[in-house]
Design a binder for this molecule. Structure first.
Ligand SMILES: Cc1cc2nc3c(=O)[nH]c(=O)nc-3n(C[C@H](O)[C@H](O)[C@H](O)COP(=O)(O)O)c2cc1C
Length: 509
């Protein structure tokens, strides 16, 4: 069901309006797209992505059905562009939605200020280096910024003025928060968290925020509610892709993602103080919802199409998020990252960053010689993970597997963790499955971890019993005791392959 006449559907793209014509600016953009300097906000980012030819604008597409459908199909297409929907029927022209933003490595690289043609392993090495070396830089509080171009309070608050899509037909409501960031402060310890949690519109002034048990925002909520108080929160539903990345990735407990982004960029994130909560609101964000998660009022949330590829958490009572203010720029942009059957956009960028985080966490936990890690997109970067090691001692493989399954990156809603030798490319499913099939003897190679951290989204656990799950750690390495007698594998080494491919390029692509 749509409110647009199919005869009015666009048949081609519209150019991105903010494209500069000044040659100096064009040259600057080209320079920036080669990497080195990070953008200031989403609008700069869009210009950069447009300059590398990866942005399209679509006008006249309805929010009821086709924005969601097109987004689902874009995210499952290789090399699809970022798409900005504008002139959405029923909404003010200029109120836009960006989708598929970081589904390609080139655009993820733009977000990180890296060359857009950077390779997989180079990007991961750089991310790991930044995770090691970044020192936090506190946000700088400022008095003004584009986010104050429109401030709605009291009777003017109207969540329904935004063209929030119905992303999937069976969703229980319109989700304005998908590629978002939710800011909350720990009521006891005072630190500021930023996490990506879905936000459903109830009506013009109320919404729901779904935080899985154990997530940092949920811990803040628990602490506030135990004191009998509401939890102040700010939800950025349109924001800079770099802030979004920090929000959507697992950072250590107690680390402020806003400070981490400041440190990584080498300059503080400029913020205004929320008028009702005092929470910092990035001054160049697109749309910020400020309010309180109510300790004494609940409404139904869900169902929602989820990252596992199902509507598994169904609907439940969740605390109401009551808005005190909406702040937005002129012509605001919602950043949409609706979950789809994996792998979808979030997995396409998380596979690099979560995998690099996993390898780093294993190193910091003292596991030697971890050569690579890969959180496979097909498992939502959670359910199917492979790590490779150069085996050094008896028990090394089991140590690697159990730590990969239970460290910060691996602990939540995992299922299968595989350890392979370093001759296996962990990012290649064929190679990983081949190692499992040929190097495992199930009675010696499989360990089960019971009562691990899961939650309402786990499709394999019966309704009413969700919370815990079990894990299998598969040791698919050659048995250490007779590693030297293990049959030799067929095939050239990667170095031999490279030489042969070059020499015989006319037949081997
Ligand atoms: C697009 C996207 C949507 C997400 N939605 C949710 C959600 O609705 N609820 C949730 O608990 N986690 C969600 N996550 C996962 C969290 O954002 C992620 O685990 C993050 O690290 C949470 O922040 P925290 O570690 O500060 O709790 C989502 C992640 C992405 C990339």
């Amino acid at each position: 069901m749509t409110n647009a006449d199919p005869a009015t559907y666009p048949t081609t793209f519209t150019p991105y309006g903010d494209r500069p014509s000044d040659p100096e600016q064009v040259a600057k953009l080209a320079e920036l797209a080669r990497g080195g300097t990070t953008h200031e906000d989403l609008r700069d980012w869009l210009q950069l992505v447009d300059s590398i030819g990866e942005l399209r604008v679509l006008e006249g597409v309805d929010w009821q059905e086709n924005i969601g459908r097109i987004t689902e199909m874009l995210t499952h297409s290789d090399h699809a562009p970022a798409v900005l929907f504008d002139a959405i029927p029923g909404a003010q022209k200029g109120f836009r939605i960006l989708v598929n933003a970081q589904a390609e490595r080139s655009r993820l690289a733009v977000s990180l200020g890296l060359p857009s043609d950077i390779g997989t392993w180079e990007l991961m090495d750089e991310w790991e280096r930044r995770r090691d070396e970044t020192e936090p830089v506190a946000p700088m509080m400022v008095d003004g910024g584009p986010i104050l171009e429109n401030v709605l309070e009291g009777d003017d608050i109207d969540l329904l003025k935004f063209p929030t899509p119905l992303w999937h037909p069976q969703d229980g409501g319109r989700y304005i928060g998908t590629g978002d960031a939710v800011l909350t402060r720990d009521p006891e310890e005072g630190w500021l968290n930023m996490g990506t949690y879905r936000v459903m519109v109830h009506d013009s002034t109320n919404a729901a925020i779904f935080m899985s048990p154990g997530k940092h925002g949920r811990l803040h909520r628990q602490k506030a509610f135990e004191r009998g108080e509401p939890l102040p929160a700010v939800v950025l539903v349109g924001l800079d892709p770099l802030l979004f990345l920090a929000s959507a990735l697992e950072m250590p407990y107690g680390q402020s993602e806003l400070e981490w982004v400041g440190g990584m960029r080498g300059r503080p994130v400029e913020c205004i103080a929320g008028r009702h909560t005092g929470l910092p609101i990035p001054a160049r964000a697109e749309i910020a919802l400020e309010g309180f998660l109510m300790h004494d009022e609940e409404r139904m949330e869900g169902p929602f199409g989820e990252w596992t590829g199902y509507y598994a958490s169904a609907s439940r009572e969740e605390p109401v998020f009551r808005l005190s203010a909406i702040y937005h720029r002129n012509d605001p942009i919602i950043t949409g990252v609706p979950p789809e059957k994996p792998p979808y956009e979030a997995h396409k960028f998380r596979q690099y960053l979560k995998s690099a985080n996993l390898r780093r966490e294993m190193r910091l936990a003292g596991v030697p010689d971890v050569t690579a890690a890969w959180c496979h997109g097909v498992g939502g970067c959670q359910l199917f993970t492979a790590v490779s090691i150069k085996q050094r001692y008896p028990g090394h493989a089991r140590q690697a597997g159990h730590i990969a399954a239970q460290c910060r990156t691996g602990a939540y809603l995992g299922r299968i963790t595989v350890v392979v030798d370093d001759d296996i490319d962990v990012s290649d499913l064929d190679e990983v499955i081949w190692a499992i099939s040929t190097r495992c003897d199930p009675e010696r190679s499989f360990d089960i971890i019971r009562r691990a951290w899961s939650g309402p989204l786990d499709p394999a656990i019966e309704p009413g019993k969700k919370g815990f799950n079990s894990r299998v750690v598969i040791d698919a390495t050659k048995p250490y005791e007779w590693i030297d007698q293990f049959p030799e594998a067929i095939g050239p080494t990667p170095e031999e392959k490279a030489v042969t491919r070059q020499r015989w390029s006319w037949i081997l692509r």
